[in-house]
Design a protein around this ligand. Structure first.
Ligand SMILES: [Ca+2]
Length: 306
């Protein structure tokens, strides 16, 4: 697993963004535009949307439409470097999945600790919505407008963190960084400690992107999950420890929780939804599983757990 963090939902999944008011040519689309150079994508912080009026509670609205219901737990709203004083004051958030029924988070925490940099993080708790509207929650002190160079909906799960890193750094560099984390996450000393505590069983939850590239191609690099399992099985064998490989993080998600790598609702896209997506997800699982380790049953029967 990767370090805890929150990943942006790809701006490409936003089908439309509109604003209730727009100052001249500073249109809403500039709140989600990106720049791609050498295959690496960053948010364009030099373009921005701007309100015509000073901020007040519900004074203006940005409305985002995703391609389908997406899952997020925070909204990051940034002014860009030249308009830091125009940061979002408070926040009102409304959501819908069908354009008819609208709801707000049970509670919102607005993190203003980076307001001096023009960065506001609205912590919404885990939400699922196709349409998201956001407005200021209170008046600005000196008539400042609302300026947004970038707005990102983010989710604290493996899927969004990895894809965010891949857009930002490229896939091979991302996997190098994750490998550095994993090199220090579990070491041989940890396995020896487990054995010294007289325990003889470990459960190893794995994530599919350690075994396949984003396009589903099986990984063959030295940092792949296959290579890491080879290492782990060897070290555990040397220390008399049984290993259960738990395919906890399948594409589409095995359950609805972020802990499976991809937050969603039940049934997940591993089992239901767009047929092409389900087929792709299941094929990746089968291709990886084919290369997992299957040991013949021991002549002495199943292991006795200590
Ligand atoms: Ca922009």
């Amino acid at each position: 697993m990767t370090p805890l963090g929150s990943g942006e939902i790809d701006h490409d999944f936003i089908m439309n963004i509109t604003a209730s008011e727009t100052n001249g040519s500073n249109i809403a689309a500039y709140a989600i535009d990106t720049v791609t150079e050498n295959g690496l994508t960053t948010n364009n912080m030099n373009t921005y949307w701007q309100s015509t009026s000073a901020q007040a509670a519900d004074s203006a609205e940005l409305l985002i439409e995703f391609d389908k219901t997406r899952y997020f737990d925070r909204i990051v709203v940034e002014t860009g470097p030249d308009h830091t004083g125009d940061y979002l004051r408070g926040a009102v958030v409304w959501m819908s999945n069908n354009w008819t029924d609208w709801f707000s988070p049970a509670s919102i925490t607005v993190d203003e600790s980076k307001a001096s940099e023009g960065i506001i993080t609205v912590l919404t708790g885990e939400q699922s919505a196709k349409y998201i509207a956001i407005r200021p929650g209170r008046a600005s002190e000196n008539g400042q407008r609302w300026t947004v160079a970038n707005i990102s909906l983010c989710m604290t799960d493996e899927y969004n963190v990895r894809n965010h890193l891949i857009r930002r750094f490229g896939e091979s560099r991302t996997n190098e960084m994750i490998a550095t984390f994993q090199d220090n996450y579990i070491t041989e000393a940890d396995i020896i400690n487990i054995a010294n505590m007289n325990m003889n069983f470990v459960r190893v939850p794995v994530y599919w992107m350690d075994f396949a590239l984003k396009d589903g191609t099986l990984r063959t690099d030295a940092d792949s999950g296959f290579a890491r399992l080879d290492w782990l099985l060897e070290v555990c064998d040397e220390n008399g420890i049984y290993v259960l490989i738990d395919f906890h993080g399948a594409p589409g998600g095995v359950n609805c929780w972020a802990s499976c790598g991809q937050a969603s609702t039940i049934p997940t896209e591993l089992y239901a939804g767009d047929p092409d997506t389900v087929e792709w997800n299941q094929n990746v699982v089968l291709n990886i599983s084919d290369l997992f380790y299957f040991f013949p049953p021991s002549a002495s029967g199943p292991p006795t757990l200590s």
